[in-house]
Design a protein around this ligand. Sequence first.
Ligand code: SF4
Length: 372
Amino acid sequence: MSTFADTFFKLNPDSLSLRLYSATATDVERALRNPAGDLSSLMALLSPAAMAYLEPMAQQAAAITRQRFGANVGLFVPLYVSNLCANECDYCGFSMSNKVKRKTLNQDELIQEIAIIKARGFDSVLLVSGEHETKVGPSYFEAIMPMVKAHFNHVAIEIQPLETPEYQRLAKLGVDAVMVYQETYRTQTYAKHHTRGKKQDFINRLTTPDRVAKAGIDKIGLGVLLGLDDWRLDALLMAHHLDYLEKNYWRCRYSISLPRLRPCTGGIKPKVELSDAGLVQMICAFRLFNPQLEISLSTRELPHLRDNLLPLGITHISAGSSTQPGGYQHPQTELDQFEISDERSVDQVVLALKHRGFNPLWKDWEGAWLTS
Ligand code: SF4
């Protein structure tokens, strides 16, 4: 059965990189006239040459976003259920060899976390865990899903890659979306940063969205960890992935996340810094390439930057986040996966959204429609 791996290994990243870095102003101007659905146009918009066109890109991206999504910004909250992990990723505080206290929420603790985030108004939750097959594998999520689904209309998961039948079981229990970030599409860089555990298997991760789509899950989230390698090329390769998925699994919805590498316990420094202007360029380029695409921004970014990026193409943001299991009930930083930059409360984020004319959306999904 074909997967994105067949397409990916026919791409030549070095030649794509050459074309990306040799794009001219004329290429960018042509791309701005015809940006949607065209990978060549996206390449020009991600190129260094496009930095001189940030203003027209931003204006066009903001107009498309407003036309497609109105003033709505979806709010979601991550709920970390475990920091156990059997992988070694040198940019992550949960890495197996890091001497941090490990914790997996039991059902009582989970209920307490749910009660806190429900009281803050959330109806969309992202369950996050480290990758530990035996302790937080599919059976853990199958056990907790009924409890989680009883409180949230929209449930997304960011957990270890699974097989299609496992995703099918979770879909039946109410999982609406799966986030699976490739981290980097450069194979050598991937091997350098993933040195132990199942996550070393680049192809298994690369083909996970195929398995998610085949299981009939509604939404798939892609992402690269910006800073591990050249962000322009990684973004372009992610766009190839998105393009393949949209063409092959057209029933699914897609989102991307654009996390910049953040400090964490025992973590590394970015190889390639992505500036704020670069982040603007990337958001605008993806919005122009794909007007339907959901783009989410986490609390890794500073408040003023998050607020200013919103109109350009962001459709979903997290707020009041904790990146540790049990962190809503017992805030402490030593278990964090990474440092948070936007530490505003949920109320403060909502107020800032309204102040800028946005409509904070707690709920944009009604599970009952599917079963009626
Ligand atoms: S990035 Fe994920 S898989 Fe890697 S150490 Fe962190 S939690 Fe584990």
